[in-house]
Design a protein around this ligand. Structure first.
Ligand code: MN
Ligand code: MN
Length: 305
């Protein structure tokens, strides 16, 4: 029986590449592992897979009775619905500890670094397993994506060191240029529906007795959203309604100006205003220096509930 390796719902590049890189490592260590995914991949991830000859992991949303490793999350809200009927053999993650518990002992690699693939790189080193050239290239991209080319406050020295070593293995000379190429692909939002955009990188969090959803779109120039802001507002209001959420926020992040325009629909905007120490005008505000949902948004909103 194979063990499945997969990341969170609405998978980002770290979740998809992490499934691939961790499966390969486990296979080298004699475990039969298969990378899977819980949903549709983004244009950025498609770019990475194409660039480094990666195979798109199989879509699989049910895991009852299976052995699994999970990557890039430990929240039930981001897990398959039947995760509690699976045996979680291990977690590799770089987020706050979530609410998933297990009935058996497990392997845990959870560190406060910028990307799950940075931790997987450390695992390869710890087990002395060679990283194939193409997998190194994909892992490099995942780290550049999660750390916003090292600009995010979540980025650590461990991440930059891992990137240098992975770039060498992958034969990538200018990895910051590769990062920009990737973010330009990510910025191509024309042609996508409002729903595709609001849910491309969207996570829901349990806060007190309420649910809060926070989406994020990272682009090289915010003007791409000028024409579609009203549609984005309408859609996050729908997301809030459909999910019975207290609040839905959408961060439009400008990676060059290094800040985010936040759009908010909420039963009580004062929670967002006092949490982020900002006054919303027409339900939006510019948050200077804010690039990370995980480090600069969630820890400040959570205590409001
Ligand atoms: Mn992720
Ligand atoms: Mn990640």
């Amino acid at each position: 029986m194979s063990t499945y390796v997969f990341g969170h719902t609405n998978p980002d590049s770290d979740s998809i590449v992490g499934a691939i890189s961790l499966s390969y490592l486990k296979n080298q260590l004699g475990e039969d592992c298969v990378p899977t995914r819980q949903g549709k991949v983004s244009p950025e991830t498609e770019f990475i897979l194409e660039k480094f000859n990666g195979t798109l992991p199989e879509l699989k949303t049910s895991y009852a009775g299976e052995d699994v490793y999970i990557v890039d999350y430990s929240d039930l809200a981001q897990a398959p619905e039947d995760i509690l009927e699976a045996t979680v053999l291990g977690i590799v993650d770089h987020h706050k500890l979530g609410d998933l518990t297990t009935s058996t002992p497990l392997e845990c690699w959870i560190r406060p670094v910028g990307c799950s693939n940075t931790i997987i790189k450390e695992m390869y080193d710890a087990y002395d397993v060679e990283i194939p050239k193409d997998i190194a290239g994909m892992m490099l991209c995942a780290i550049l994506s999660d750390t916003v080319i090292f600009k995010s406050p979540t980025c650590t020295k461990v991440d930059t060191k891992a990137c240098k070593e992975l770039a060498k293995i992958a034969g990538v000379e200018d990895y910051k240029a590769l990062g920009m190429e990737m973010f330009i692909v990510k910025s191509a939002v024309q042609g996508a529906t409002a729903r595709e955009l609001t849910t491309r990188d969207y996570k829901e969090f349990a806060m007190g007795s309420e649910k809060v959803g926070v989406g994020q779109l990272e682009v090289v120039d915010l003007s791409v959203f000028d024409e579609m802001k009203e549609d984005l507002f309408t859609d996050i209001a729908k997301l809030k309604e459909e999910g019975g959420l207290h609040t839905v926020m959408l961060l439009l992040t400008d990676i060059m100006k290094e800040g985010s325009q936040v759009l908010v629909v909420s039963d009580d905007v004062s929670k967002v205003e006092s949490g982020l120490d900002v006054k919303l005008e027409n339900n939006e505000a510019w948050l200077d220096g804010v690039l990370s949902r995980k480090k600069q948004i969630i820890p400040f909103i959570q205590p409001q509930f």
